[in-house]
Design a protein around this ligand. Sequence first.
Ligand code: HEC
Length: 248
Amino acid sequence: MKKVSIQVDHRATDRRSIIRVFAAKGYFFSSPLMQISLIIAAVMIVASCSDIKRKPGRVYMPDMAYSRAYETYSVTEEEKQLLEKQGIHYSNVPVAGTIKRGEMFPFLLMKDKDGDTTNYVASKQVKNPLTTMDTVEAERLYLVNCGICHGGKLDGNGPLYKGGDGPFPAKPATLVGDAKYESMPEGQMFYSVTYGKNKMGSYASQLNTHQRWMVISYIKSKQGAAKSATGASAGSAATGTDSTAAKK
Ligand code: HEC
């Protein structure tokens, strides 16, 4: 508290000394030149106070305020005409049916209407376009998306089904061990994974075309491995689940 009162005193003395300096220079304001210029300044200030704006304010860097950038593929009619004069017919969109470089060839079969199986049958002819793939990633995709129903061993008995005790009501396909699925062409599997099959939903929104083919390659590789394992170990103690499953 003491400190504050001392500061106030200081300010008071400062102010007094300033007033004294101004009083000493009082003659400055009384000179006629100064008085005239003060009047002119006052008139200018009053005159400039108006609500009516006749000119817009200055814009600093107009190129930034009013951007000239335009959207990709947005071509004005004038620009189109200029191009046409040069013999270029520009329509803003890729030619129908063209595929982006590096993109996979699309699956051309549409989903069948209810009760129709035309495309489901036709899908048997579609070949898997993958020649090589990342097998570790394919296994990961399978375990994340499919293993919960079809099982980590592809035996159709994942934790959601649990031999009928699980919450999922339908028996998932026994991908390894059931001749029906072992002989199922990859194109048809792709069709079912893309559009769904009865109680199994579509996986087209979770996995892209490439990933769906990867998962199917993975299933086929497991089916092939199981077949050669049971074939080679006929008579000997084969991997328990596979040999029993094959008898079903
Ligand atoms: C929610 C459980 C569930 C999940 C997850 C699931 N499936 Fe299925 N899947 C089923 C059921 C149930 C069937 C049997 C459908 C039928 O034939 O009635 C089936 C059938 C299949 C078939 C045979 C299709 C046919 O045409 O008969 C394939 C192939 C298949 N699933 C692959 C997959 C793949 C690959 C994934 C992962 C991307 C997957 N499933 C994820 C439940 C599931």
